[in-house]
Design a protein around this ligand. Structure first.
Ligand SMILES: *Cc1c(COP(=O)(O)O)cnc(C)c1O
Ligand code: SF4
Length: 374
């Protein structure tokens, strides 16, 4: 297909259908591939990593803008085929801390419960990209879910259960309610937190049935919304968040700091302000993890630090997320702007984990794909 003559008004692609696009061929038919991209090359990316773009996100992509920050998050890029040394299939060490399927227990007082490894969209920078998608770790069986719930019930130190995945909000309200009601019976669990992109990427899914299912534990319920660019917070997305918050659910945000998407103080400021205006407290700004084929998204820790420092003081304290690094290998999260993270003379960072262990974090590696492009 020749891209030269294409001028497509932004938003028109939504009319193609109310269906999630699930392959490079479908993205091509919807005119969502960049004009200079070769569909055959991108198809190879699609064979390697899952692809999904919801109608809400497809509608936000401006196909005339080669550096569209929404497209960059969801449309496959040949750079993904280039895994660099140092990138890891399990960059934050989930598997090393998984005592039973579906549970990741890395910190004493909280566990991840990963009931599902499917997402409504597949982010090209995903830190769990080797685990999610149709070829990923799948959904917990009834027996596995029983064992995961037993694991939580048997450990009184577990104060918080964090449902993540994948995206737990892709489950039907009935399945979600089944899980939350079982958590209700565990007295020492006081907080249930959901990590999701659904209110932004599929806002209509957030209906009364879903809201009720999320709250069915009767515990204090948090929803952590993953969004990376202010344009994602459309009127529909804001309304979906309001339905959650008006029902008594507290919301926090998480954002991944991404080159070419939000590595700009004005964009980050607009995003954090949009969260706060919608009663969502900015929580984490994640440094991107060392997931395979994602080097084109990674900045240096020093660059991230400079961006976060630019926001401090200039904008409300409500709008300041904590800039966080998940130490590669599963050693836990650490705030980048803390004495635990020190820059060495060699461009490497020395990082101390919460148990006192020392780790080296490298500067961003040069991508040969980026070099070829010149
Ligand atoms: C990120 C993460 C958590 C949550 O950490 P918070 O700092 O409480 O947000 C819990 N468990 C694991 C394994 C994690 O990776
Ligand atoms: S929604 Fe989360 S888990 Fe799913 S692809 Fe995006 S980053 Fe990965």
């Amino acid at each position: 297909m020749s891209g030269a003559a294409r001028m497509i008004p932004a938003g028109s692609v939504a009319s193609i259908g109310a269906r999630t696009l699930r392959s490079v061929a479908e993205l091509d038919d919807a005119l969502l591939l960049p004009p200079d991209a070769r569909a055959e090359d991108l198809a190879r990316v699609g064979e390697r990593y899952a692809v999904a773009v919801t109608p809400a996100m497809a509608a936000l992509i401006d196909p005339n803008d080669p550096s569209d920050p929404i497209a960059r998050q969801f449309i496959p890029d040949v750079a993904e085929l280039e895994a660099l040394p140092g990138e890891q299939s399990d960059p934050i060490g989930d598997l090393a801390h998984s005592p039973v399927p579906g549970i990741v227990h890395r910190y004493p007082d909280r566990v991840l419960l990963k009931a599902v490894h499917v997402c409504p969209v597949y982010c090209r920078f995903c830190f769990r990209r080797e685990m999610v998608g149709p070829a990923g770790l799948g959904t917990l069986t009834t027996e596995e879910l029983d064992r995961a719930i037993d694991y939580i019930a048997g450990r009184p130190e577990i104060w918080e259960v964090i449902l993540t995945g994948g995206d737990p909000l892709v489950l039907s309200p009935r399945r979600l309610r089944e899980i939350t009601q079982r958590l209700a019976a565990i007295g020492h669990v006081r907080v249930v937190r959901f990590h999701t992109r659904v209110p932004v990427v599929d806002p209509d899914k957030v209906d009364a049935g879903l809201v009720d299912a999320l709250k069915a534990s009767g515990k204090t319920t948090y929803v952590a919304l993953h969004a990376n660019h202010p344009r994602e917070l459309t009127a529909d997305a804001r309304a979906a968040c309001a339905r959650l918050i008006d029902a008594g659910i507290a919301m926090i945000s998480q954002t991944v700091l991404l080159k070419g998407v939000n590595d700009d103080a004005d964009v980050l400021t607009a995003l954090m302000r949009a969260f706060v205006e919608n009663r969502i407290r900015p929580y984490y700004l994640h440094h991107p993890d060392l997931a395979p084929g994602t080097s084109h998204f990674r900045l240096g820790l020093d660059e991230g630090r400079a961006l976060v420092e630019q926001m401090r003081g200039r904008i409300s304290g409500l709008c300041q997320p904590t800039y966080i690094l998940d130490i590669p290998g599963g050693y836990g999260k650490v705030p980048v702007l803390s004495p635990a993270v020190r820059e060495g003379d060699d461009g490497c960072f020395r990082i101390r984990d919460y148990r006192g262990g020392e780790h080296i974090y490298p500067p961003p590696a040069e991508s040969s794909v980026a070099n070829e492009k010149g």
